[in-house]
Ligand binder design. Structure first.
Ligand code: HEM
Length: 85
């Protein structure tokens, strides 16, 4: 369902945009695997992300394509420190 998921990101609800500490988000698809979708969200601090995740994760996904099944173990969250720009 990669095409539907891509479409959902193009039309995403933008609720996260007003979350405290949220800076920006990029949705990336690796050229060597169009079935992977990488979300890069930028936050002022990790605590702001955790607050959003705890309270708004569900509603942010209300437009998720119906019937979507994830490959078990393939969803990963990683945290990065920004060291330069
Ligand atoms: C810890 C895991 C995840 C995080 C942090 C996360 C984060 C986000 C964020 C920040 C948005 C944008 C919401 C907005 O615009 O207000 C979003 C939307 C979306 N996410 Fe996730 N997500 C996660 C897991 C997943 C999973 C497992 C899927 C399944 C494929 C998924 C599919 C989508 C889709 C299709 C959208 C766009 C449609 C919508 O927002 O309703 N996400 N996600």
């Amino acid at each position: 369902m990669a095409p539907e998921v891509r479409e959902a990101f193009i039309n995403r609800p933008h609720m996260v945009d007003s979350a405290p500490g949220f800076i920006k988000m990029n949705v990336m698809v690796p050229q060597d695997n169009p079935n992977e979708i990488w979300l890069l969200t930028y936050w002022s601090d990790e605590g702001s992300y955790q607050v959003w995740y705890k309270n708004h994760m569900k509603e942010a996904h209300s437009g998720i394509p119906q019937g979507l099944k994830l490959v078990p173990g393939k969803t990963k969250v990683r945290f990065f420190e920004l060291v330069g720009e």
